[in-house]
Each structure stands twice: as structure tokens, then as C-alpha cells.
Design a protein around this ligand. Structure first.
Ligand code: GDD
Ligand code: MN
Length: 398
């Protein structure tokens, strides 16, 4: 049977921990039949005696464990010590991150474990999917900060698949995910922001990420340790990780440049036959060469992991790619003409790099990721896809 260890850091949570230990060990754990559940508390030398209180309970519960930090070292450090201990000493198959203050209601451990037992190697307790929620008691301002903070991080990391990137309630499988992460070198271990780096690394390693709804409850006792400083460091880290993650974008840019060279070569080559090739044909052939080049290079390099297989798919995607390229042509024509209209024709050459950088590259990158190779699942693109799919199947069946 798999062993799952809940790692729970505490700092001045005496009133909460008194209720949390029985809530988990006496109530929730017995309901989980197919996994062996343990609770590991990591106390940051709480002045209110949380650690000492837990110590007294250890004898009575064989599935309860305690690590006493010499001092408050910050949330990330508490967690990685807990993870280490869970892996090395308790031989855990999976670990759960969870708050001690009932904001992550203990009953949600059950669906989380179920998702793991069904094959997930990373489970995210999400406040921003159907069924999940943030406290009704929260003031509008706090809701806005929480929602837009998350949206901001999704944009910075360009991750639209996962809806809650800062949640503190998650399960990570040890084999293949947690044991592949260099825990000591997670960024911002002193802060709550460690969560963003840990998530970022985990979703790269995990093969089956599942989000389950979490009803994030209001705090009942004491007050939150998440302040403005923690928030700023979280945003900062998301931006840094977002930039580091742009390898794919660099490849995409390189392919675009090679495409330009192919285009120029094509013009030169077909230009040699200008005596019997009409001018538009020379240009069309050169452009199509660049399109084919970009399609092949992107498919086998930039989007290697997502590359297209099968003849039908190839034909369809190549057609879509040509349409996308026509869209780029349309954008360039429109913005270029508009620019010349506003600034005058002496700026025609200057406008070109500007249009490429701010219009064509973002447009192409978006289309490649969202439509052609589908690395991003963008909600409105998915909706359009579904409409087209349904239309097609109606058409076929009628
Ligand atoms: N050992 C230790 N050391 N524990 C700590 C420390 C520390 O320095 N700081 C906080 N904790 C413990 C708290 O006692 C609590 O059990 C848990 O970590 C989370 O702290 P809260 O103070 O309850 O944070 P929050 O509820 O405001 O923050 C929530 O939202 C964040 C952003 O979405 C949590 O769910 C966070 O995990 C989440 O990142
Ligand atoms: Mn909390």
C-alpha cells in the first residue's frame, strides 16, 4: 500500500493544531482505505508552544511525526526539511503540502488521495476551477488581489492549463517528480514564493497533473503570515521564471530568421527565371518556400515534443499553417499601410522591424502554440474548436 505523508508547517498555531491533529488522524485518515496516511508537523520553534504540544501527542499516535526547527526559518525551508524526512526516513510514496489553520479543510485530503491513486503524479487543490472557491467573507479588495495575482502569474509563466498557481494545498509523487528536484536550490526558500518555483519544476517533471476543487476556507484562529512582502516576492519570482522559460521562444525566433533567409534565397533563385515567370509567381514561390521551411523547422525543433504525426494531421496542420501565414500577411499589410498613412512613406522601412516585433511575432507565436501545435489550451480557442468539431460531426451524421 502506498504511503502518503502530509507535511504541515506550523508557526504559532496552538489553537488550530489542537483541532487539526484529531481531525486528520481520527476522522479523515480512517476513511482512506487504499493508502497509508501519515502527518508530519514541522514547527518553526513557535513561541506559543505548538511544537511542545505536538511532542506530547506523539506517543498516542503512531502515524504522527514531528520536526522541531531551531528557529523560524521561513515556509520553504520548513517544507524541504519535511519532504526530505518524509522521503528518507518515512519512505513516503507521495507528500502533501497543507496549512494547519483549516483553510484547507481536512476533508479535501480524500479526493486528493483518490486522484493520486488513480494515477496522478501531481495534484493541485485549486480555488479557481468549478467547485473550488475563496472565502465568501473575504473583502472585494482581497478577492481581486488573489484572482488577478494568479492571473498575472499565469501570464508571466505563460501557463493557462493550470488555474491555481499559488495554492498551498498540493500532492506530489516522490518517484519521478519530487526525487528529481534539487530541493536545496529551490528559489526563495525563506518565503511563500518557494511555492511558485516548486510548482514550476514539478509540472515539468509530472506526467499527469490533476486539479481538484478546493473550497479555501477563512482562517478561524490567529492571523495569516502571508503579507505584502511575501506577495511581491511571489510576483518577482514568477517573472524571473517566465523569462528563463523562453527557450522555445528563442527557437521560434531563430526559425523565423532562417525563414527570412530562405525567402530571400527563393527570390534570387526564381528571379533568374523572370523571363518566363510572372512577378507574382516569383514572390508566391519564394514565400511558400519560407512557409514550408518554417513549418518543418518548427515541427522538428521548436515544437519537437508536440510534433505532428500521421498523414491526415500533416495535411490539415500544413493547411492551417498556411492560413496562419496569410493572417500574418494581412496584419502586415494593414498595420504597414496604416503606419505609412499616419507617419508618411519615409518611415516605411523603419516600420517593418517594429511590425515584425510587436505584431507578427506575438501573433505567430500565439497561433503556433494555441492552434497549430497546441501547447497552450486557451479557453476561447478551445471553445471555437469545439464548435467546429460539433458542426463537422453534425454535417457527417446528417
Ligand atoms: N514552520 C513554519 N515556518 N511554518 C510557517 C512559517 C514559517 O516561517 N510561516 C507560515 N507557516 C505555516 C503557518 O503556521 C500555516 O500553517 C501555513 O504555514 C500557512 O501560513 P498562513 O499564514 O496560514 O498563510 P496564508 O493562509 O495566508 O497563505 C495561503 O495562501 C498562500 C497564497 O495563495 C497559504 O495557502 C499559502 O500556502 C499560499 O501560498
Ligand atoms: Mn492559512
Amino acid at each position: 500500500m502506498d504511503k502518503i505523508v502530509i507535511v504541515m508547517p506550523t508557526y504559532n498555531e496552538l489553537a488550530n493544531i489542537k483541532r487539526m491533529i484529531p481531525a486528520l488522524l481520527d476522522d479523515v485518515f480512517p476513511k482512506i482505505k487504499n493508502a497509508q496516511m501519515h502527518l508530519l508537523i514541522v514547527d518553526g520553534n513557535s513561541p506559543d508552544g505548538t511544537g511542545q504540544y505536538v511532542k506530547k501527542l506523539l506517543k498516542g499516535y503512531k502515524n504522527l511525526h514531528l520536526l522541531l526547527e531551531p528557529e523560524k526559518r521561513g515556509l520553504g525551508w520548513a517544507y524541504i526539511w519535511g519532504f526530505r524526512y518524509a522521503m528518507e526516513n518515512l519512505k513516503a510514496d507521495a507528500v502533501i503540502e497543507m496549512d494547519s489553520d483549516f483553510q484547507h479543510p481536512p476533508r479535501f485530503v480524500i479526493p486528493m488521495v483518490e486522484a493520486y491513486l488513480k494515477g496522478a503524479d501531481y495534484v493541485i487543490g485549486s480555488r479557481y476551477i468549478k467547485g473550488g472557491s475563496i472565502p465568501k467573507e473575504w473583502a472585494i479588495s482581497r478577492r481581486i488581489v488573489s484572482y488577478f495575482g494568479n492571473l498575472f502569474i499565469r501570464l508571466a509563466l505563460l501557463n493557462f492549463k493550470i488555474h491555481d498557481l499559488t495554492t498551498g494545498f498540493r500532492l506530489t509523487k516522490v518517484n519521478g517528480v519530487l526525487d528529481k528536484i534539487d530541493l536545496e536550490n529551490i528559489r526563495e526558500l525563506k518565503r511563500f514564493a518557494y511555492k511558485v518555483d516548486l510548482l514550476y519544476q514539478s509540472i515539468k517533471l509530472a506526467k499527469n497533473v490533476v486539479e481538484i476543487p478546493l473550497e479555501f476556507a477563512p482562517r478561524t484562529e490567529e492571523k495569516s503570515k502571508f503579507d505584502a512582502k511575501e506577495m511581491i516576492s511571489t510576483f518577482k519570482l514568477a517573472i524571473i521564471l517566465g523569462i528563463l522559460d523562453k527557450k522555445r521562444f528563442v527557437k521560434f525566433g531563430t526559425v523565423g530568421f532562417v525563414g527570412y533567409l530562405v525567402n530571400a534565397t527563393g527570390l534570387w533563385f526564381f528571379g533568374r527565371y523572370e523571363d518566363f515567370l510572372p512577378e507574382p509567381v516569383i514572390w508566391a514561390l519564394a514565400v511558400e518556400m519560407a512557409i514550408i521551411n518554417n513549418f518543418l523547422l518548427n515541427n522538428f525543433w521548436t515544437f519537437r515534443k508536440e510534433r505532428i504525426r500521421g498523414f491526415h494531421k500533416w495535411a490539415l496542420k500544413f493547411f492551417q499553417f498556411n492560413l496562419t501565414s496569410m493572417g500574418a500577411l494581412l496584419i502586415q499589410t494593414t498595420v504597414g499601410s496604416l503606419g505609412v498613412f499616419i507617419f508618411g512613406s519615409q518611415y516605411r522601412q523603419l516600420l517593418l522591424p517594429f511590425i515584425i516585433l510587436f505584431f507578427i511575432m506575438p501573433y505567430n507565436y500565439f497561433m503556433y502554440n494555441a492552434v497549430i501545435w497546441r501547447t497552450w489550451k486557451v479557453p476561447f480557442v478551445e471553445r471555437i474548436r469545439n464548435i467546429i468539431k460539433n458542426k463537422n460531426s453534425n454535417f457527417l451524421s446528417s
